[in-house]
Design a protein around this ligand. Structure first.
Ligand code: G6P
Length: 369
């Protein structure tokens, strides 16, 4: 087993460290930065449908649903197609409005999740076109979808999803840019620069992993917390949700992810000197707004850990701990900001003596509803 773990103490850590490679594998043969072109063989027969489609519905569960929320930001921003993201378990039981005009994107690491499969069957009955985003080649979901794109992250053993999530987000990024290319919603010169930057993301993930030691020290300070809040805005919001999910899954600390501005409609009541609050506070379009949310937490003596852009001084002065990630195009923020949150959960769980790879009560793939 030590061999399978490639020298790492746990599969989860090995899989976190695999991400520069898995994200690279996911993009291989699909992006052509010099030409400013995305090629997705799996959905190319639907290029015309994508030109005119009026709505996309994403269905998924768990971490895959979080990837779907990132996809919503990306597809709406770059391809200008309205997107709805639904929990498969809710969608399947609520007589959803769906027709042959819609494209449904089902996201599933395992390709076996029962609720996601049932949601696909329902959407199919109503005539929608179904795309799959799956990791396990030859699993059930790719067999019942019309088309799809594999994530090619390789087998994921840790129950808490890490590299499969970033691969799903990578595929959704590729899909958003592919759709933008079909619809002409992003200028060709911008596609060239965006794809050039995307090509660099695996290297930037490698750099983000270098904060590991510092994150382990921060984990030491918060290992005995009983609650934790994760806050972000824009595409930092699903990253916050995923950060909270990772922490609760493997460390059993109660954690909640929230859009930073919604904090004042509830979670702010929980803030005192014992409440760690993790902010996604990178330099992007919501930076200034996030800073005022940080001030609101500090005014109530909360302990703030901020994920910031390398070199940031403003946030550093306001908060208790910072974790730096390299600067990147806002579109790719989720791919980088997720990395330190995975490491933070990992180290906290290890320090608490939890079974990181197989947390209690959780299954890698949920084949019953
Ligand atoms: C389980 C796993 C999660 C996963 C979810 C959806 O809860 O523990 O890691 O996100 O199922 O699984 P899927 O295979 O459909 O992505």
């Amino acid at each position: 087993e030590m061999l399978e773990k490639g020298g790492f103490e746990h599969f989860m850590l090995k899989e976190i460290y695999e991400q520069p490679r898995s994200v690279r594998d996911c993009m291989r043969g699909r992006i052509y930065p010099i030409e400013g072109k995305v090629q997705l063989g799996g959905i190319k027969d639907y290029a015309d449908k994508l030109k005119n489609v009026e709505r996309i519905v994403v269905i998924a569960c768990g971490t895959s649903w979080h990837a779907g929320l990132v996809g919503e930001y990306l597809i709406e921003e770059y391809a200008r197609i309205p997107v709805e993201v639904e929990y498969a378990s809710e969608f399947r039981y609520r007589n959803p409005i769906i027709s042959e005009k819609d494209i449904v994107i089902a996201i599933s690491q395992s390709g076996e999740t029962a609720d996601t499969m049932a949601a696909i069957e329902l959407a199919k009955e109503r005539g929608a076109t179904i795309f799959g985003i799956c990791n396990v080649v030859g699993s059930s979901i790719p067999r019942i979808t019309d088309a799809g794109v594999y994530t090619h992250a390789g087998p994921e053993i840790g129950v808490a999803s890490t590299k499969a999530f970033t691969a799903q987000v990578t595929v959704l990024t590729l899909m958003a840019l592919y759709m933008a290319q079909q619809r002409g919603t992003v200028k060709q010169s911008d596609l060239v620069s965006m794809l050039t930057e995307l090509d660099e993301i695996p290297t930037l993930i490698e750099q983000a992993l270098k904060s590991d030691e510092k994150i382990a020290e921060i984990a030491e300070k918060f290992k005995d917390s009983s609650n934790c809040l994760f806050l972000g805005r824009g595409s930092g919001f699903p990253v916050a949700l995923e950060g909270a999910l990772k922490l609760k899954e493997i460390s059993y600390i109660h954690a909640e992810g929230y859009p930073a501005a919604e904090m004042k409609h509830g979670p702010i009541a929980l803030i005192d000197e014992d409440m760690p609050v993790v902010f996604i506070a990178t330099k992007n379009s919501s930076y200034e707004k996030v800073i005022s949310n940080i001030q609101e937490v500090k005014a109530r003596k909360g302990k703030v850990i901020a994920i910031v852009t390398e070199g940031d001084k403003t946030v550093k002065e306001m908060v208790d701990y910072i974790i730096e990630i390299p600067a990147c195009n806002e579109a790719y923020l989720p791919l980088l900001a997720t990395i330190p949150l995975q490491l933070l959960s990992y180290h906290i769980a290890v320090l608490r003596g939890c079974n990181v790879d197989q947390p209690r009560n959780l299954a890698k793939s949920v084949t019953v509803e």
